[in-house]
Design a protein. Structure first.
Length: 420
């Protein structure tokens, strides 16, 4: 099923605009023929917003294969790490109010972290550590240079300790407070600022937001971002009256491995029994939200608008500019600083800002885009990119784990930018 916004609501008066809309039709054919019909994806939802109008609104396949539920405008998706930019915006609201500074030591707000040390050798219960070169700062949490990690990295004895203690696992039990307390007793993988490593840093930001604002993190998001922007279907769980709209989540292959040609989709999370149908005990600012295309497009359009949407201001223009430039030490790109095994694509020419990746040298990416565009994605293969130069947002929503299974994001960029 495909829907291109009709001429009455999209300005197709110019030859260029008509050509762009026509060329975007290739997105439908591509996703249908390469992914949905062969069973590589259950379904997909692609939107492109450009110059004030919805230029593409493309729905393909099913939201739930087992029950023959088609992908719909109001389908609810697990957005996983697309939660991170929202949490970063929430932190920057407090930054604008002068309630936290980017160079604040994190221990100023979490006193139990005053004596964090860096891994030298050993394993859980017998770690040998050394002092960090400098204390962890708030900016380190935003740009993933904190020295924290994720258990799924499977690279060091430190991330093995995270797995054993089940730290940062969104769909399991535990609380944010308990994770913060446990992290006080574990070493960092490196001194803050020395490397980039994808991590639970954004979950820590959620903790800071709750503590500094004096209200639950989820309440802060609702009152300061979701309600003002009209994001009516975004939250940390799906309420009963919306449960029938939750998509199924599927899995294929394994993280870090090529998908075999004969691989089949398996049901990873049944929408009728999903943990997302109940309020979680662990409120994850790093990966816990569900949302819809309409909601997340409003968030992305707010960023495209320099912090404002439809007359509602969430952040100042200069704050969004600060968030979306490269903050990696030395101005390098991710491959030069990363120690993370996590990668959803090649990141040559890509830096990292405050909660988002940003293209710092478009030619080095060897794909289509603009220097200055910014983006991120989620574990279930969701993705969005904001391109201020082209006045455009591209968004893909689907539910396939891992996000490294196919080159969906690079292919979508190519298809859309080729239409300009």
């Amino acid at each position: 099923m495909t829907s291109i916004t009709p001429t009455s609501s999209i300005h197709l008066g110019s030859e260029n605009a008509r050509s762009f809309a026509a060329r975007l039709a290739r997105v439908d054919r591509f996703f249908a023929e390469k992914y949905v019909k062969p069973g590589k994806l259950a379904g997909s939802f692609v939107q492109v917003w450009r110059r004030g109008e919805l230029a593409l609104n493309s729905l393909q396949g099913m939201a739930d294969l087992e029950r023959d539920v088609p992908m719909a405008e109001d389908t609810i998706f697990r957005i996983y790490s697309m939660t991170k930019p929202i949490t970063a915006v929430a932190l920057m609201i407090l930054f604008e109010e002068g309630r936290i500074a980017l160079d604040d030591p994190v221990a100023k707000h979490i006193p139990a972290w005053a004596d964090l040390r860096v891994y030298a050798s050993g394993e859980l219960g017998a770690f040998n550590t050394q002092p960090p070169a400098r204390p962890m700062q708030v900016v380190d949490l935003l740009r993933h240079t904190s020295g924290l990690t994720y258990g799924f990295q499977r690279r060091t004895p430190v991330d093995a300790a995270y797995r054993k203690l089940r730290l940062g696992e969104v769909e399991l039990s535990g609380t944010l407070d308990a994770m913060i307390a446990a992290l006080a007793g574990l070493p960092l993988e490196f001194s803050p600022g020395e490397a980039w490593n994808y991590s639970v840093s954004t979950d820590v930001l959620g903790y800071l937001i709750g503590k500094i604002s004096g209200q639950p993190f989820e309440t802060f998001l609702q009152e300061r971002i979701f309600a003002p922007l009209g994001m009516v279907d975004t939250g940390f769980h799906v309420p009963p009256e919306k449960a029938q709209r939750l998509a199924a989540c599927y899995a294929i292959g394994q993280l870090g491995r090529a998908v075999a040609p004969d691989s089949k989709l398996t049901l990873q999370d049944d929408p009728r029994t999903s943990s997302y149908l109940q309020p979680p005990s662990f409120i994850s600012g790093g990966g816990g939200l569900v949302s819809t295309a309409a909601d997340y497009m409003r968030f992305a359009r707010m960023l495209l608008g320099g912090g404002t949407l439809d007359g509602t201001r969430i952040l100042g223009r200069k704050t969004v500019e600060l968030m979306t430039v490269n903050h990696l030490p030395g101005g390098v790109d991710l491959p030069q600083l990363s120690r993370s095994m996590f990668s959803e694509g090649a990141y040559n020419g890509v830096g990292f800002g405050l909660g988002l990746a940003t293209t710092i040298a478009a030619a080095q990416t060897l794909t289509l885009g603009s220097t200055g565009d910014f983006f991120w994605g989620g574990a279930a293969s969701t993705f969005f990119v904001v391109d201020p130069r082209e006045d455009m947002v591209i968004m893909l929503l689907t539910q396939l784990i891992p996000s490294t299974a196919y080159a969906l994001r690079r292919e979508l960029r190519t298809l859309v930018y080729a239409g300009l």
